[in-house]
Write a protein that binds this ligand. Structure first.
Ligand SMILES: Cc1ncc(C[n+]2csc(CCOP(=O)(O)OP(=O)(O)O)c2C)c(N)n1
Length: 438
């Protein structure tokens, strides 16, 4: 036993000796390489850009203070540095303000109409109007938009008519989706706006696919993909980021970080420095902006668009904002946040109030104009709303069309069953409200 211990000890010390000799040889060889101009001291692992280190240090997540928030205006609507003022002309700024306020008015009326049982569901955009209008105004109207669901202002900027918003929310015969989608799931080929899908983040890899097609077509357009910070935790978001960076395609990821994913606050969603910190890790140029400052959003989107198009690479914008409304009409946010918190954001940081203050300073807007415009907005929305409410629902038969080129047998059977059922029990259904389509 003792002999074998002695033997293994001798082997160990011989091994240690040979390791020491070997490392000395390597050191000497490295020095020789260095003196001959070779860079053998650099790691050469595939995909690595690092240097060697002998310090046993972990990279800590709180290494720095966080990516700063780019802004142009202060909270009172004053331009901080004249050099960053986008110097938009009066007509453009007034149009931005009018679209932001029209969106706000539409939201109020549609929200109420859901509460009265006139539509089935709605999602407001309160507090996020600056992210929509600031980004949409900086794009070319031919750029393709993939939205999440809380980006109605982008469509409004592009001239999607109020009647189409209303027809979609009512799911009436004027709705191009023929009532087959939930309210607020807009889409429009003419406005280059891909129809919204409810499952979160599905739009993200799709947007990258479109951007890759744009790159191949060399059409000079980019794709913008909106998503909430909650959605950035989906696997599809990570796939999309990496895919876009490796494919080097013109996609602009626009994160609306509004503080909540339904009831989950950002403090429970991630431990890193928000969504922006992930950009550089994927090799994506990134900026964080004040989403309640419409000019900051405008400048960032314009610059980002330029990068995506001229350099064929993705850009990530994280727009910091606050969801003032409930998540949707199915939510009551007082269950998970205080009314004071909401009031604070509404009263001190609202993007609409900030832009109005700027316009007043420029003497482009006053109380009389404000009142006249508010009345006009309300009238436009109410008239459109009344028109949509009067229209018929699409024929129930539309449920069975538009999916298959040739209707398969099992769908045809279901159709025939439904037709017989409706014929037999017609008096129990509000068939008079539906388009009759023989
Ligand atoms: C794959 C998937 N998971 C869950 C949901 C349910 N859901 C709908 S909206 C939402 C929160 C999304 O939050 P965020 O992306 O931050 O957008 P916000 O609503 O705040 O604008 C969740 C969890 C869904 N629609 N799809």
């Amino acid at each position: 036993m003792a002999a074998s211990m002695f033997t293994s000890g001798a082997i160990l010390s011989r091994k240690l000796l040979s390791v020491r000799v070997l490392s000395e040889c390597v050191r000497v060889t490295n020095l020789r390489c260095l003196s001959s101009g070779l860079v053998e001291e650099q790691p050469n692992f595939p995909g690595s850009r690092s240097k060697w280190t002998e310090s046993l240090d972990f990279v800590q997540p709180d290494l720095y203070d966080g990516i700063p928030v780019y802004r142009v205006m202060d909270r009172k609507g004053n331009i901080i540095d004249p050099a960053s003022d986008p110097k938009l002309d009066k007509d453009t700024v007034v149009k931005m303000y009018q679209r932001m306020t029209l969106l706000n008015t539409m939201d109020r009326i549609m929200y109420e109409s859901q509460r009265q049982g006139r539509i089935s569901f709605y999602m407001t955009n309160y507090g996020e109007e600056g992210t929509h209008i600031g980004s949409a105004a900086a794009l070319d109207d031919n750029d393709l938009v993939y939205g999440q669901y809380r980006e109605a202002g982008v469509l409004m900027w592009r001239g999607f008519p109020l009647d189409r918003f209303m027809n979609q929310c009512y799911g009436n015969e004027g709705d191009q989706g023929k009532g087959r989608q939930m309210p607020v799931h807009y889409g429009s080929t003419e406005h280059n706006f891909v129809t919204i899908s409810s499952p979160l983040a599905t739009q993200m890899p799709q947007a990258v696919g479109s951007a890759y097609a744009f790159k191949r077509a060399q059409n000079g357009q980019c794709v913008i993909c909106y998503f909430g910070e909650g959605t950035s935790s989906e696997g599809d978001a990570h796939a999309a980021f990496n895919f876009s960076a490796t494919l080097e395609c013109p996609v602009l990821f626009f994160c609306r970080n509004n503080g909540y994913a339904i009831s989950t606050p950002t403090s429970e969603q991630y431990r890193g420095d928000g969504v922006a910190a992930r950009g550089p890790a994927y090799g994506i140029a990134t900026i964080r902006v004040d989403g309640n400052d419409v000019f900051a959003v405008y400048n960032a989107t314009k610059a980002a668009r330029h990068i995506t198009i001229t350099e064929n690479r993705p850009v990530l914008i994280e727009a910091m904002t606050y969801r003032i409304g409930h998540h949707s009409t199915s939510d009551d946010s007082s269950a998970y946040r205080s009314v004071d918190e909401v009031r604070q954001w509404d009263s001190t940081q609202h993007p609409i109030a900030r832009l109005r203050a700027y316009m007043v300073t420029q003497q482009w807007w006053d109380e009389t104009q404000e009142k006249a415009w508010k009345d006009d907005c309300k009238r436009q929305v109410m008239q459109s709303f009344a028109r949509a409410e009067r229209r018929h629902k699409p024929s129930w038969k539309e449920m069975f069309t538009d999916v298959y080129d040739e209707v398969p047998d099992h769908i045809r059977e279901q159709y025939e069953y439904m037709a017989a059922h409706v014929a037999e029990y017609e008096e129990h259904y509000p068939v008079k409200n539906f388009v009759k389509n023989e």
